[in-house]
Design a protein around this ligand. Sequence first.
Ligand code: IPM
Ligand code: MN
Length: 335
Amino acid sequence: MKLAVIPGDGIGPEVIAEALKVLDVVVPGVEKTEYDLGAKRFHATGEILPENVLPELKQHDAILLGAIGDPSVPSGVLERGLLLRTRFELDHHVNLRPSKLYAGVTSPLSSNPDIDFVVVREGTEGPYTGTGGAIRVNTPHEVATEVSTNTRFGIERVVRYAFDKAKQRRKHLTLVHKNNVLTFAGSLWQRTVNEVAMEYPDIELAYQHIDAATIHMVTDPGRFDVIVTDNLFGDIITDLAAAVSGGIGLAASGNIDASGTNPSMFEPVHGSAPDIAGQSKADPTAAILSVSLLLAHLGNAEAAGRIEAAVAKDLASRTAPASTVEVGDRIAAAV
Ligand code: IPM
Ligand code: MN
């Protein structure tokens, strides 16, 4: 296996070191290429994503990414120029974000909720394409537009992925959108889901507006199995999903090109957390679970399962707060 590694900014390098520690135990001998990208590189050379990088990334089987973004760089420069550009150019149209409340993990929700669902977030369209603009900037009449792009092709491929996921799970799929206001895109999403549904007669379908979905994620998360939604709704709802299922330190994700043309990229849902960077305080679990998703994606279900089981075992026995390295060591030992 050839793995490209982008540790990135803030706590990224710390959590990636632990994730690789665990990977080395389950799958020894992976050939790794590290890419030094992010805020430091940007300040030193002005480079965000040098021209050679994307073609080189394509030569790998998968990519593992830590976190991108730093307060010393204007908001959006690295996010757009590095993270989103990679997702777009490698056609990562599925952003897979599972949520599970593991035994021993405390949810801020009052009862002991039953949480085990997967958000299939569209990854290359919606309001993320950077279409729009501003006029009369810095005048009292400034106007800013952000355009949400939704294509039949783009929706259908992510919807198909979501149906396939639901088929392997509890056979329930919820479309989350806002079709009472965003009527053009909402209608296209709903019609696409309805048409694809005809090929999956055993999948039960539901629809929820994004605002109502945030209520149900808190009051009744057990109703969700697979959620399919657009790029921005998916971004927001997966932070909420992480919060109710043990915190952002546990949430893993995969940016997947389901066609298999390009390598998929796995990363914790959390950001670079500059406030705690360099202090060995970050929980590496999300990065470690991202390695599990990566291995599952590459067809190594056995290794993926071993990592998940080791994480579950560790979560069940956590008592006092532990350092990044201690958590990584414990999971590597349990694996
Ligand atoms: C995420 C992040 C990114 C996103 C940002 C950093 C561009 O919030 O992966 O959820 O919005 O997709
Ligand atoms: Mn996000």
